[in-house]
Ligand binder design. Structure first.
Ligand code: NA7
Length: 551
């Protein structure tokens, strides 16, 4: 940190880099910056590290990527010393890990908690960003890195009468830090994405009655979560070099798993069903990698979707409820597939009911009930598992002004535009980690975070060596990348779903498939090639030489 005289004559703190957010991306970015001798300040709106895992404390919250893989790879000591307790880590353990990382690498001294970045504007003359925070202070930074996360802007839907409800209203993405006790209460749960599906079985065990309000039935695969044995952990640790290499360079989604070598229709019905049954028993996200064309061809996808619909019918005893729970509106996997523990079986409990709000949307919420099709479903507490303004929501909350005072929100009015998901033209020296246009939410986030952080760190070192002051995405390169991201998505089944990948869950948000679906290995090679060619497609600017004094 240093101090500079601002245009108003006041002294402002100045950093090489301001990082917004102290989740997994912001923490690793800070660690790398420090190691390279850059001064950095991190602002975090939460009271602690962990980002999405700091906020998402709802009952049953758990990562859907296996814990031995949903962890940093940058430090051999860290990955050898940390003991994950279960195949899928529960939220409190992931948060504990985030805190351990913060302590182990002494990160906290450069993080200012409980502080939002409200505004940042690029000073074209001075080639720095002014960053104004919620405590009313403004600092200067040569670079700003947005590590704001993709699923951190919880969204309460605009349902008529919600403000009249007398009981507590919780949002899974912004859960209280104190224990919430549903004992003896009638609970209404709105939303059946991953958060609703993970929390329903736990709430049902505690509550007097749970009513689940379902707009879209979702595909979910059993997690088959279990305690990790010492041998399992050791096996991972032994093989980490290969597991990490594979996740980074080969896997489409940053997860170590067998790669399918054939399509679903290449096998006979019996063989195919046997393979699906095997994966269902094994549990987890890899269900979708039985075959290589489930995300590409509808006829192939239908075979997997039919299998899961059949499983739901087997598990759920009431045929009407089973039918409602069977997803029919989108191909399997085109909304992020959920993994659960006893979700469908929860509907066999006498204290759980399902209400279809697709056929009959919620009319209104009254002081004590959710009204659907003229019927009042009495509830004492409401849980909104209604998701996030994903990928762009947290960025949009910051007033970001680039060249000519243009705001990023204005530029992204018709959908986010980036080059490689890393930068947006007109906003020099502003990087986004796992931004729209990069694999991001389609991947194991930690693999993608580490890739972006390392790429940005290398880039800053390159600029320092070359005496470069600014870097920004070229408009041509950006247009071509946006077209490429779109073209690759259109070659898949993904745009067929009204998913948050498409921005479809936010009324008025442009429908654009936001993440890059080309695969993390492919994407990494593209980014590396761009860097190797002197940051092809980016515009680099030198610091202006100081004018020689007139003699
Ligand atoms: P999701 O996956 O966006 O799920 C949100 C759910 O809430 C989904 O079932 C929505 O139905 C439903 N929803 C949203 N708005 C409404 C309104 N207005 N009325 C009724 N129902 C509504 O969020 P999650 O938090 O579960 O998971 C997000 C990601 O976090 C997940 O994919 C994992 O990667 C981790 P819809 O499907 O839009 O009809």
């Amino acid at each position: 940190m240093s101090s500079v005289q601002s245009s108003s004559g006041q002294t402002a703190e100045a950093y090489d880099v301001v990082v917004v957010g102290a989740g997994f991306a912001g923490m690793y970015m800070l660690h790398r910056l420090r190691g390279l001798g850059f001064s950095a300040r991190v602002y975090e709106q939460g009271g602690g590290v962990g980002g999405t895992w700091y906020w998402n404390r709802y009952p049953g919250a758990r990562c859907d990527v296996e814990s031995m893989q949903y962890s940093y790879s940058f430090s051999e000591e860290l990955q050898q010393e940390w003991d994950w307790s279960e195949r899928y880590a529960p939220q409190p353990e992931i948060l504990k890990y985030a805190n351990h990382v913060a302590d182990r690498f002494d990160l906290r001294r450069d993080i200012q908690f409980n502080t939002r970045v409200e505004r940042t504007a690029f000073n074209e003359h001075g080639k720095f960003w002014s960053v104004t925070t919620s405590d009313g202070r403004t600092v200067e930074a040569k670079f700003v890195v947005l590590a704001t996360g993709c699923l951190s802007n919880a969204r309460k839907p605009d349902i008529k009468g919600l403000e009249n409800f007398k009981g507590p209203v919780y949002h899974t993405g912004n859960w209280p830090h104190e224990d919430v006790d549903f004992t003896d209460l009638r609970v209404g749960l709105i939303g059946t994405g991953s958060s609703g599906i993970q929390s329903a079985p736990i709430i049902a065990e505690q509550a007097k009655h749970l009513t689940v309000f379902q707009r879209t039935a979702n595909f979910s695969i059993p997690a088959r979560n279990a305690a990790l044995t010492g041998e399992e952990r050791d096996a991972f640790r032994r093989d980490y070099p290969e597991i990490r290499r594979f996740a980074r360079e080969v896997a489409r989604n940053g997860i170590f798993a067998e790669q399918p070598d054939r399509g679903a229709l290449d096998d006979s019905d019996d063989v195919r069903l046997g393979k699906y049954a095997g994966r269902w028993e094994r549990g987890g996200l890899t269900f979708m990698y039985v075959y290589n064309n489930l995300g590409l061809e509808r006829s192939a996808n239908d075979t997997a979707a039919d299998f899961v619909r059949g499983k739901i019918a087997e598990i759920v005893k009431n045929p009407e409820t089973a039918k409602l729970l069977q997803p029919n509106s989108h191909p399997i996997g085109t909304k992020r597939i959920c993994i659960d523990t006893d979700y469908f079986a929860t509907f066999n409990r006498p204290n759980v009911s399902l209400v279809d709000i697709k056929a009959n949307p919620i009319e209104e919420i009254t002081a004590s009930a959710v009204r659907v099709a003229g019927k009042d479903h009495e509830v004492d507490a409401l849980v909104m598992a209604t998701g996030f303004d994903a990928m762009t929501g947290s960025v949009a909350k910051i007033d970001i002004r680039g060249r000519g005072g243009q705001t990023l929100n204005r530029k992204w009015e018709e959908g986010p535009k980036t080059y490689l998901g890393l930068m947006s033209a007109g906003f020099p020296n502003l990087f986004i980690i796992t931004g729209p246009g990069s694999p991001s939410v389609l991947s194991n986030m930690i693999v993608s975070i580490e890739q972006h952080v390392d790429w940005i760190a290398d880039c800053l070192v390159h600029m320092r060596r070359q005496g470069l002051a600014t870097m920004e995405a070229g408009r041509d390169a950006e247009d071509k990348w946006v077209a490429h991201v779109n073209e690759v998505a259109q070659g898949t089944l993904f745009p067929q779903a009204n998913s948050w990948y498409m921005g479809a869950n936010i009324p008025g948000k442009p429908r654009i498939f936001m993440p890059y679906i080309g695969g993390v290995g492919v994407y990494r090679r593209i980014c590396d090639e761009v860097a190797a060619k002197g940051y092809e497609g980016f515009l680099m600017g030198r610091a202006e030489q100081p004018q020689a004094a007139a003699s």
